[in-house]
Design a protein around this ligand. Structure first.
Ligand SMILES: *[C@@H]1O[C@H](CO)[C@@H](O)[C@H](O)[C@H]1NC(C)=O
Ligand SMILES: *[C@@H]1O[C@H](CO)[C@@H](O)[C@H](O)[C@H]1NC(C)=O
Length: 206
């Protein structure tokens, strides 16, 4: 469905040398999203951890040298003038500015770990899915590929993993680990290694 290309959250990652970076957030959804960020241990918070971004809007954030952390998008939020409220998905504890608070799953995550000569980045669905996120790096000295997660997995989400809004709309898809808390879905206990925790029906949906 062509529409899916418009229902996404896009991050353009500009390298500035020595691992400082500019992140440009583009909201390609036809509704407001509230991007959120949490920083890695010892790294400063960016933009106090969250802001509002309307349909077709873009916002730019400067990250200092060596910053690591993650971004996600919150949907269906209401905040009062003091910045307290809640979101249907991706909430970080009822505040607009997440500061150091992480996302309450499920939420799609964009993760960045600058590493000096080699930087790591990915889109992770380990905490489930709420909307498509893509990452387009630019200006790097290496061959840095785009990460395009374009599918709306809420449509393919099995009923036992669905998170629905009050009106019944599917707004997010839980991981099987979050839904069932069992070692074979969480790669814990007897399943605590890649050889023992193989892709299974639920993880393959993602
Ligand atoms: C970069 O990544 C490698 C491999 O994961 C790790 O061994 C190294 O400590 C990292 N270096 C920095 C500066 O974070
Ligand atoms: C996945 O496999 C489990 C265990 O065999 C089964 O109970 C469940 O119904 C399956 N779910 C889907 C969506 O295939």
């Amino acid at each position: 469905m062509a529409l899916l290309w418009h229902l996404s959250f896009v991050l353009v990652w500009n390298f500035l040398g020595a691992s400082a970076a500019i992140f440009t957030f583009q909201n390609k959804c036809p509704y407001i999203i509230w991007p959120a960020t949490s920083s890695g241990a010892g790294k400063p918070p960016l933009v106090n951890g969250g802001f509002q971004l309307g349909p077709a809007q873009a916002a730019t954030i400067n990250a200092p040298t060596g910053w690591s952390g993650r971004f996600w998008a919150r949907i269906g939020c209401t905040f009062d003038p003091s910045g307290k409220g809640r979101c249907a998905t991706g909430d970080c504890g009822g505040v607009l500015q997440c500061n150091r608070a992480g996302s309450i799953p499920p939420a799609s995550l964009a993760e960045f770990t600058p590493n000096g000569t080699q930087d790591f980045y990915d889109v992770s669905l380990v905490d489930g899915f709420n909307l498509p996120i893509s990452i387009f790096p630019s200006g790097g000295t290496r061959n840095c590929g785009s990460v395009i997660c374009a599918a709306d997995l809420n449509r393919a989400c099995p009923p036992e993993l669905v998170v629905a809004a009050g009106n019944g709309a599917r707004v997010a898809c839980k991981s099987a680990c979050l839904a069932f808390h069992q070692p074979q879905y969480c790669c814990t206990g007897a399943f605590n290694s890649p050889t023992k925790c193989k892709p299974i029906n639920y993880s393959q949906i993602f």
